[in-house]
Design a binder for this molecule. Structure first.
Ligand code: HEC
Length: 258
């Protein structure tokens, strides 16, 4: 009996009807344009990678990350700023047509259209041409997008108050002082000390240092408050001699006397 005669064959879609041998294509027509993956190609890739790695290492050593103070969720006055690659979106939200009541337009609609079009570009733009000049619509839309991103980023950088931001984010050393102590009471009330050193004694940048900066003894502090030192005039203290002693004790003990 003939094999398969009178039998029905059921097709399996996983098995291709046409069998092709698993041989890589022949690139011998392109002499010099092929190379062995191992080790030639991999070595080149590795060398490029190493150059970048060393470059980044040097950059991280030479350029420390611009850290700010620890985030404080209760500080409503702090103006946050996104990283540079999001500045254009941030800037977009400052314009009237995209802010306030229309914030949905700036936050969802405009970016949605732009990124949606980018996502659908392969289906929208099906022309066979590859040269940018032969694809005027795609090319001009891309140029427009690049120009707007560049301009918005530029605007947001130039509109930002960098000085105020640097002060807001400045890392100030936390100084733990006993604010219940009588010495602190004297600090706040006897003289204008807080005007230059701050009510927390931590100093005010550009005006006066932290009062604990140098490790002065009680006697030295009494002396320098009476006589003045450097840019600080003497005779600013308005309390009694005993009060100055208590304050000097307080400062000498870095704000935490026994
Ligand atoms: C006009 C601003 C000003 C006022 C007001 C002022 N200081 Fe000063 N104070 C300074 C400056 C500036 C220095 C740094 C002087 C220097 O070392 O050159 C200083 C330094 C000090 C130091 C030494 C800090 C250190 O460790 O190096 C102490 C302590 C001090 N002040 C206490 C006081 C007290 C107490 C009062 C209030 C009676 C007071 N200051 C008021 C400006 C001021």
């Amino acid at each position: 009996m003939h094999r398969g005669k009178g039998m029905k064959f059921v097709g399996d879609s996983r098995v291709p009807a046409e069998r092709k041998p698993n041989i890589p294509k022949d690139y011998s027509e392109y002499p010099g344009k092929t190379e062995a993956f191992w080790p030639n190609f991999l070595l080149k890739e590795w060398m490029v990678g190493a150059v970048f790695l060393v470059g980044y290492l040097i950059l991280t050593v030479a350029h420390y990350a611009p850290l700010e103070r620890v985030a404080d969720p209760t500080d409503a006055g702090y103006i946050p700023l996104p990283d540079w690659y999001f500045l254009f979106l941030y800037q977009l939200l400052k314009y009237e047509f995209a802010a306030g009541d229309y914030t949905v337009i700036g936050a969802v609609v405009i970016p949605g259209i732009a990124f949606g079009a980018l996502l659908l570009a392969t289906w929208l733009d099906r022309g066979p041409e590859r040269r940018p000049i032969k694809r005027p619509i795609a090319s001009s839309l891309m140029l427009l997008a690049v120009a707007s991103i560049f301009w918005l980023t530029w605007e947001s950088v130039s509109q930002h108050d960098w000085e105020a931001a640097a002060q807001q984010g400045a890392i100030v050393e936390e100084i733990d002082i006993n604010t219940e102590h009588i010495g602190y009471e004297i600090w706040l009330t006897q003289g204008s000390c807080i005007g230059c050193h701050g009510d927390n004694m931590a100093g005010i940048p550009g005006v006066g240092p932290a009062v604990f900066e140098s490790d002065y003894t009680k006697e030295e502090i009494i002396e320098l408050v009476n006589q003045g030192i450097g840019e600080m005039p003497g005779g600013l203290f308005t309390g009694t001699e005993e009060e100055l002693e208590i304050l000097a004790d307080f400062i000498a003990a870095d704000g935490n006397p026994e």
